[in-house]
Design a protein around this ligand. Structure first.
Ligand code: 5GP
Ligand code: ZN
Length: 112
């Protein structure tokens, strides 16, 4: 499958890894939009939040169990934002489910 994040997970494209286990992979965004900008992805390909269902949702639950650990490891003591863009109206550019963790500065109170 021609998927950028599957290639990053496989190590075929280099990335700055911050966390990995059997189920998920986390790495720094190549174009950070905050002092800390990490992407957390399931290793199994899921195209977007719109594709989450009872048979693959355990990997999404695992991501949310690990997000506090990843955020702490990245020094995010004062909070952070978790975002997933889903589909064209939300400007999803990579069609492999990913959660942005943004922090390290006061973020805007606007979400859209
Ligand atoms: P989206 O717009 O789909 O929500 O987010 C995709 C994110 O992937 C963007 O923030 C973009 O900067 C990031 N990105 C795109 N290509 C690469 C890459 O090759 N390596 C890394 N680390 N991030 C990437
Ligand atoms: Zn993929």
């Amino acid at each position: 499958m021609d998927c950028l994040f599957c290639k990053i997970i496989a190590g075929d494209i280099p990335s700055s890894k911050v966390y990995e286990d059997d189920i998920i992979f986390a790495f720094r965004d190549i174009n950070p939009q905050a002092p800390v900008h990490v992407l957390v992805v399931p290793k199994a390909h899921i195209a977007s939040a719109d594709e989450v269902n009872p048979s693959n949702s355990s990997s999404v639950a695992h991501i949310f169990v690990k997000i506090p650990e990843i955020a702490a490891a990245c020094g995010l003591k004062k909070g952070y934002r978790v975002i997933t863009n889903c589909g064209p109206d939300a400007c999803q550019s990579v069609k492999h489910l990913h959660f942005h963790i943004l922090g390290g500065a006061q973020l805007s109170d606007r979400m859209a």
